[in-house]
Design a protein around this ligand. Structure first.
Ligand SMILES: O=C(CO)COP(=O)(O)O
Length: 137
């Protein structure tokens, strides 16, 4: 089962909710995670069940980062706000760095998110199942 995380900064939350609503079917068989407020907003508008972590500024990005460090996540959709400074910028940078360490597909804008989700729907993420299967203990 694919494991996916959703994160959106405040001014990107509507875009995230609209996107997930449009592609809800594609996410229904995955194990889903999110930061606190993003997850609440998505669950209000969809039937998806999401395991929510802390809100981003309170450590949610770091909690998702811990899953990335263990190579547990297969896809991250992280709609960042490029025009607003965040108090927890170091956490955001750390999360994206860990995605690069593990080679995890991560979308930071809606155009990339759409391409990755379409690719996931086609089955292009099968290699991630192998990552899980052969992960060292
Ligand atoms: O700040 C965030 C990610 O950096 C998102 O956190 P929330 O989903 O709790 O708003």
């Amino acid at each position: 089962m694919l494991q996916i995380a959703f994160i959106a900064h405040d001014r990107k939350k509507d875009e995230m909710v609209n996107f997930i609503t449009a592609y809800e079917e594609a996410f229904k068989d995955a194990k889903l995670y999110s930061t606190g407020t993003t997850g609440s907003r998505i669950m209000e508008k969809t039937n998806l069940n999401i395991q929510r972590f802390m809100s981003g500024p309170l450590g949610g990005d770091q909690q998702i980062g811990a899953l990335v460090a263990e190579n547990e996540l297969d896809l991250i959709i992280f709609l960042r706000d490029p025009l607003m400074a965040q108090p927890h910028e170091p956490d955001i940078t750390a999360l994206l760095r860990l995605c690069d360490v593990q080679g995890i597909p991560v979308a930071t804008n809606i155009a990339t998110a759409e391409l990755l989700v379409k690719s996931m729907m086609r089955g292009d993420f099968a290699w991630r199942e192998l990552v899980h299967k052969y992960k060292p203990e």
